[in-house]
Ligand binder design. Structure first.
Ligand code: HPA
Length: 281
């Protein structure tokens, strides 16, 4: 990791670029959009935007489906910031870079975070096309973004993770899904480093460990967000059966994952706009 002094400077510089372009007042909610989920940004009213290339310290996004732009606007009268595109560990980035957007949000004063991703299902009763709300996670990336000298101004050295995903946010998600007649499914997300998809034996192992879905992101961001005391809602868009499940009849490809998130973007957007609109004060 870069020295704490260097990293603090990087957070401050990136934050300044974002607030200069998008305003000093922190938004009510920030959203990190996963692969192929960028369409939600179409629902922003009066949007302003800043491409990642204009944010010092942000690397280029290299993955199709991750566009690389910060947007600010309103959804149902609430101020929302969207990060369209994220940095992944499998791209070779350190977890300091992976979590730089989250640190920036925390320093800005954002308290409420929605993190989304595409994921494979380990459960025969959770088919592709489902939205799944994270109840908990398994950090199997083999790294932790809080390793190294603690940035005391961001949060404590040791962070409680017994309620990584906010219970009230989940409750609110349940109410919203019911009103939209979408099934309310919760589960445990296992984060692996990737970029290869899993073998059938790895999927069996993950199921034994208690995972319901699997992906390659989100968890480092959630750890960094909890470090700063942010409240988190995690959403997986289930794009495929995990490797070796009886439903998995063709190879898992990124194209298929993107294709499936595109098909889900309507449901995902409907849920998210409603969740924000009815967000308790
Ligand atoms: N495995 C890991 N990551 C993923 C998958 C998967 O099956 N689907 C979407 N992201």
């Amino acid at each position: 990791m870069a020295s704490p002094r260097h990293y603090r400077g990087a957070i401050a510089k990136a934050l300044r670029a974002v607030t200069d372009a998008l305003g000093k007042t922190p938004p009510d909610v920030a959203i990190i959009l996963g692969s192929g989920l960028g369409g939600v940004a179409d629902h922003l009213q009066q949007p302003t935007s800043l491409p990642y290339v204009k944010v010092p310290g942000f690397p280029k996004t290299t993955i199709p489906g991750h566009e690389g732009v910060v947007l600010r606007g309103k959804i149902a009268g609430r101020s929302v910031v969207i990060f369209r595109g994220r940095f992944h560990y499998y791209e070779g980035h350190s977890l300091s870079i992976v979590t730089l957007p989250i640190r920036l949000l925390g320093k800005w004063g954002v308290r409420n975070l929605v993190v989304s991703n595409a994921a494979g299902s380990l459960r025969n009763d959770i088919p592709p096309g489902s939205l799944l709300f994270l109840r908990d996670h398994l950090n199997l990336i083999g790294q932790n973004p809080l390793r190294g000298p603690n940035l005391d101004e961001l949060g404590p050295r040791f962070v409680d993770m017994s309620h990584a995903y906010d219970a009230e946010f989940l409750q609110h998600a349940q109410t919203v899904t019911q009103s939209l007649q979408i099934p309310f499914i919760t589960g445990v997300y296992a984060a692996l480093p990737g970029p290869s998809y899993e073998t059938p034996s790895e999927i069996k192992m993950l199921a034994t460990l208690g995972a319901d879905v699997v992906g390659m992101s989100t968890v480092p961001e959630v750890i960094a967000a909890r470090h700063m005391g942010m409240r988190v809602l995690g959403i997986s868009c289930i794009t495929n059966w995990a490797s070796g499940l009886s439903g998995q009849t063709k190879p898992i490809t990124h194209e298929e994952v993107i294709h499936e998130t595109m098909r889900m973007k309507e449901t995902f957007s409907r849920f998210l706009t409603e969740w924000i609109a009815k967000f308790p004060e």
